[in-house]
Design a protein around this ligand. Sequence first.
Ligand SMILES: [Zn+2]
Length: 407
Amino acid sequence: MRGLLPRAGAALLAGAASVALAQQPAPSGPTPAQLHQDSVVRALVARLQLESYKATIKGLTQFGDRRQGTDRNRNAVDWIEAQFKKYGCTEIGRIKYEFTGQQVKAGEAPRAPYRYADSPARKGFPVKGVQTATGVNMDAMAQPDTAIRRIDAQADSPGPREEVYCTKIGSVHPDQMYIVGGHMDGHGYGQAANDDGSGTALVMEVARVLLAPDVRTDISIRFVLWNNEETGLNGSRAYVAQRQSLQGKEEPAGSGRYPEPKWLGMIQHDMMLFDHGMPKPDGTMPKEQRPEADVNIEFAGASTLAPESQKLAWFFRAANDKFALDYPAAVGDRMSNTDSDPFKDITPSISLRENERLAQIGTGWDPQWHQVTDVYTTYSDKDFLLGLNAAETTLSALALLTNATLR
Ligand SMILES: [Zn+2]
């Protein structure tokens, strides 16, 4: 598999040491081929625009919190598919599965806010600094905006579910792909603007750029918008259950078509906007994006593919160093609670976020998380810009990994 990767990708994936080396110009300076590749990546990154990213998030918020098992969720799936068509995607599919559970069981009391210090996930590493309670808002009437309250009114019901994906077919290796994901469902009676409109829009914007008719990639890329993340990663688990065994199979034989190209990596995006730092001692949050805000790239240190996933994480960090324009990235080993989890023992898997999921978001660094305040108008351009920088990170890393070229 490694031998089939484009040269730059293979060199960079060969080890963390190579990643560090690749960032340093060789004593003789970069080769003309490297300079050309850099210019292609920069041209692609320049096609990401803050206003376009914001417009896609806003488009998603017209469907409120997009709770699974509701009309507003199904309408959002249709809307995402319509955008893929507008971007020129011809390879669109849907995963279909049953979800028999419910977001909120009838008569269930609102879950009490909990502190991360008390949660089983804390086991194994220390929590430091100020913590505030987190939880899920389950009170529809807590939404003060009556227009949003109306959109979020319908309760979910068990039954069939769908999630949409679009594939850019690789010109040299159509039988191999990277999976790029975010989850389009949300909850909490807001607009799920950050969790996870911000990751969904990131995936769609990167797709828009790479689907342009003048862009070619050697390797395939699949853009997937998971459903049912908030009920326990049910959409991504359904994908793995249905499609893991189909990897790399040509269907029909001799057609040159691969309905499920072999997985080379899975890159998840979940909550991309808000890095205002730790809560203050009185429990309130700083009003502004902190100047040292960063993109957190996490892999699962406790997975069987931890070494390979770590290499992928450092590869993304190197891409951020070189091509993202405003905010840096940091790597951590505690990927958790998102749709890359079901993939982590099968293919190298990472997630990109505004903060670390367990030690930071889990301890109250994002007060909008699953609350009525997760609406579009909560966020400033400095917040949206952090999400855009994560998009620049993912787009540039993907362009290198798949050897993107411009006609
Ligand atoms: Zn999420």
